[in-house]
Write a protein that binds this ligand. Structure first.
Ligand code: NAP
Length: 871
């Protein structure tokens, strides 16, 4: 009989220094390791898989507890590299049990002859990069092995959390861990059993234990949201969807979670309550995790939307659990639904109606220790025969840093990640050449269907390695710039969601001392894949590649836009609307009006009053937004955007509401005459008239006389800036602050920001030129009333806050104005809105990332309004 790789280990795994044993070492023979063998072997690389267990399966090998099932439908939780699968495999249920999944992996291993490369009972302990030889030296309990490339296919949930409960050694009964369950069946019949932990593992285990045990006590510290899996045979609908395998799998690859599904674009509160209730019920009946979180577009971004779904689930718990007190304890109330992975269960809540099951709330009665006989809480002693720990994992990073990895210059990964992991694309990390982390931190991993994410990462590794080989390189490493940019993007993606608000394993909160960082990439499998594709298409952007052929590096950051800004831009591009500048002004106004009609309304304010004020050539509209706090308030006269052509007193309604709430000022949005009907200087004449009128009527408007600010967005920002100059020159009225949001301050279109952002964002240079042409003659364009930056003297102007946006053609002129004001001695705050476009900050409740910038802007306005002479 030919020796198995395990038998050959000692000889093969110990090689002389400098010789290369294999091209690639893969650590782990779970779903990722198996796919990596297949893919990399096909690509012509020699590979070896090192696995600490004595068989394949990874998470499905270890988590043998009763009731263990997949929580993504089985037809989705499978490899797509075997499109003919239905010829020799079929799933018996919608959600397969652990043994069936393990059978599937064995079937794949046999079908594709993967076992040849697998070496079991081999624990990888350390890996050290040999700079001179450009190879990894991997140390195992069975000797060393050298390789060019090291692939950590170690899984996201594979290192058990160390029990942080006293007295485990003291207990004389049986202790079991769900994540290291015995291979032999455990019989609980007639036993007194405790289960500690109510995450997915506990929730799947508990009904099974309850059915056998004489007594089951569940020790719950934090309740989890769980919903019924409604497991059963594969539905005919699902099988019909699978008729075209290629289309189905491609849809999964470009979906948010890795299961074919259209992203919902419907905000919760855009539909009536009755329809919302129906949608929640439908999702509940379907029993799919990703479907539930997709019930509305804003479940994971809008606290009120999230609360409503959570309340729906709580109502289901209350309706199922007979004892109201137990039901309340089982209702999660301290974090947003979805911010901890929702569990899929079979009869979990109903289990608490059984006479042999009790729930102990460790928040009210904390666990003190295990004793010889059982468990002591602060107020009670319990006796047990068996204690089951379902206490979770050191997730995502645990299995990677469990191996002592040393990269360039003797730096270890443990040191590098001491304050939290840092990666490029969740796949590689600076300082550790040729190291690949399958579904590592900073990739969609645990927020997605793992099988889809695993395949994508393995394919990406294969692409990178074949690219190296083709180009005559043998070493690849991400640059520090690319990695820092990616991590910023990962944080940006998390920060616009509610995910970071829970003390979950997603943020490492379950492991004492683990730095709190949101570990996965939250924008979705689709956005992630497009970013990876772009990296490859842009000549391996962000990677330094070197070897016998020399060195190559296209340095840069693949994602610099805020993720929600990018999503909006992509959604608009998909609609392919005509360019405004290709329309007549009337058509452009209609198009903008239609878009405004469907945007979120913005927050409630105390009062909205519409009225008329005397413009320079007749009455004009204003809309006043009054805060709900008791007045009087400072008054901010606001001018809307729209390039002097579009808009009116109410066209920036959501932004004005938001400003009113955040600044606690009366915001008076004053209209002005528009071009082309009324060209320069009509708009600024009306703007200055509005400022004088507001100063004269401050008290009637509910304002504090003398506490007058002037502000605006875009062309309105330019009008505000020019009005401040006119007021200074006229000696009145007194203005205590100017608040300029992405203002027009000049009339040229040849600045760098035009060159960089002139096309493809929301204000193209061609549109800016169209606006200028509608409003002004070339001869007017050096007049400071249209180009405030051209003023000969900027001294004596009111203190200013100026916001500029990274991806705005007006960025550089706004920045130039802020600099010029400061140089003229005007106290000036310049806020740079990272990753934003000209319009994105005005998209209240649509572009969530804008809220933080608007808050910064409003805080500056509040400071201006509290200027010392008026406090
Ligand atoms: P988990 O979600 O981290 O849950 C661990 C549970 O143990 C929590 O209820 C936790 O309470 C509790 N716990 C931890 N330490 C404790 C202590 N010292 N005293 C009292 N209670 C303590 O772990 P998990 O249930 O193993 O699930 C982890 C992940 O694995 C899941 O989110 C899911 O992604 C995956 N999984 C999936 C399936 C599936 O359906 N396919 C099944 C199992 C697991 P606190 O919340 O208060 O810390």
């Amino acid at each position: 009989m030919a020796p198995s790789p395990a038998d050959q280990t000692t000889d093969q795994a110990t090689s002389a220094s400098g010789a290369l044993d294999v091209d690639v070492v893969i650590v782990g023979a779970g779903a990722a390791g198996l796919h990596a063998v297949h893919r990399l072997r096909l690509a012509g690389f020699s590979v070896r898989v090192l696995e600490s267990a004595d068989d394949i399966g990874g998470t499905w090998y270890w988590n043998r507890y009763p009731g263990a099932r997949v929580d993504i439908p089985s037809v989705d939780y499978m490899y797509s590299f075997d499109p003919e699968w239905h010829r020799d495999w079929q799933w018996s249920e919608k959600y397969a049990t652990r043994p069936e999944i393990l059978r599937y992996f064995n079937h794949i291993a046999d079908k594709f002859d993967l076992r040849r490369e697998l070496q079991f009972d081999t624990r990888v302990e350390a890996a050290c990069w040999d700079e001179r030889a450009a190879q990894w030296r991997v140390s195992t309990n069975r000797g060393d092995i050298s390789c060019r490339y090291l692939v950590m296919a170690t899984g996201c949930l594979s290192i058990p959390k160390e029990p942080d409960i006293d007295g485990i050694d003291r207990f004389r009964g049986e202790v079991l861990f769900t994540n290291r369950w015995p291979h032999d069946e455990v019989d609980f019949t007639g036993k007194r059993v405790a289960v500690i932990g109510t995450g997915s593992s506990g929730i799947q285990t508990i009904p099974h234990v309850a059915a056998q045990a004489s007594e089951l006590v569940v020790f719950q510290r934090t309740p989890n949201f769980s919903m019924p899996a409604h497991n059963g045979p594969l539905s005919q609908e699902k099988l019909a969807e699978l008729a075209d395998e290629t289309v189905y799998r491609e849809a999964a690859r470009y979906s948010r979670g890795g299961v074919p599904q259209e992203r919902s674009i419907t905000p919760t509160f855009s539909v009536p309550a009755e329809e919302r209730a129906q949608r929640y019920e439908r999702a509940w009946q379907i029993g799919e995790l990703l479907e539930t979180l997709n019930v509305f577009a804003d479940v994971m971004t809008n606290p009120a939307a999230n609360h409503e779904l959570a309340e729906f689930v709580r109502s289901k718990i209350r309706a199922t659990v007979a004892d109201p007190q137990t039901a309340e304890l089982l209702c999660p109330k301290t974090y947003p639904i979805g911010a901890k992975r929702i569990c899929l269960d079979t009869d979990y809540y109903a289990t608490f109606n059984r006479p042999n099951v009790t729930l102990v709330d460790l928040r009210q009665d904390p666990l003190r220790s295990l004793t010889e006989d059982g468990i002591d809480t602060v107020t009670e002693s319990f006796a047990f025969d068996v204690i089951v720990f379902a206490t979770g994992f050191d997730a995502v990073t645990g299995a990677i840093v469990a191996v002592d990895i040393t990269g360039r210059d003797g730096h270890t990964l443990r040191q590098q990640w001491a304050t939290g992991p840092s990666t490029y694309l969740g796949l590689t990390t600076n300082g550790f050449p040729n190291l690949f982390l399958i579904t590592g931190p900073g990739s969609p991993s645990v927020l997605s269907n793992m099988m889809v994410s695993i395949e994508q990462h393995v394919d990406m590794v294969a692409e990178l390695l074949t690219g190296l080989r083709a180009d005559g390189f043998d070493t690849i490493e991400p640059t520090a710039v690319a990695e820092a940019g990616w991590m910023q993007h990962v944080r940006d993606c998390a920060d616009i969601t509610l995910f970071p608000l829970a003390d979950s394993w997603y943020v490492g909160a379950n492991i004492p001392g683990k730095p709190r960082t949101f570990l996965p990439y939250a924008a979705g499998v689709d956005f992630y894949r497009v970013a990876c594709d772009e990296v490859l298409a842009r000549d391996f952007l962000g990677f330094r590649r070197s070897g016998p052929a020399g060195e190559s590096c296209t340095d840069g950051v693949v994602r610099r836009l805020q993720p929600d800004v990018q999503m909006v831009l992509e959604q608009v591009a998909a609609l392919d609307p005509p360019a405004l500048e290709s329309l007549s002004p009337a058509q452009a106004r209609e198009a903008v009006g239609e878009a405004a009609a469907i945007r979120p309304p913005g927050p409630d304010v105390g009062e909205i009053v519409d009225g008329l004020f005397p413009g320079a050539a007749g009455e004009l509209d204003y809309r006043l937004y009054r805060p709900s706090s008791p007045g009087p308030h400072p008054v901010l006269v606001y001018f809307h955007g729209g390039g002097w052509v579009l808009g009116d007193a109410s066209s920036d309604d959501p932004l004005c509401r938001d400003l009113c709430v955040r600044t606690d000022a009366v915001v008076v949005s004053a209209d002005y005459r528009h071009a082309p009907e009324d060209r320069f200087p009509a708009a600024i004449e009306d703007g200055f008239a509005a400022v004088r009128w507001a100063a004269d009527n401050a008290e009637q408007l509910g304002g504090v006389p003398g506490r007058l600010l002037v502000g605006g967005w875009s062309a309105g920002g330019g009008i505000a800036a020019a009005a401040c100059q006119l007021a200074r020159d006229a000696g009145a009225p007194a203005i205590i602050g100017q608040a300029l949001l992405a203002p027009v301050t000049d009339t040229v279109t040849n600045r760098t920001s035009h060159a960089e952002n002139g096309e493809g964002y929301d204000l193209d240079t061609s549109l800016m030129r169209w606006f200028l042409d509608q409003y002004s003659d070339p001869a007017d364009r050096t007049d400071p009333r249209i180009a405030p930056l051209r003023a000969a003297d900027l001294t004596g102007l009111p203190p200013a806050v100026v916001v500029t946006c990274d991806f705005d053609v007006l960025r550089d002129e706004g920045a130039a104005y802020a600099d010029a004001l400061a140089a003229a001695g005007v106290p000036t705050e310049h806020i740079r809105a990272r990753g934003h476009t000209h319009c994105s900050l005005t998209m209240v409740d649509l572009v969530i990332s804008g809220a933080a910038v608007r808050e910064e802007f409003a805080a500056a306005v509040r400071r201006l309004a509290r200027a010392p002479q008026f406090s």
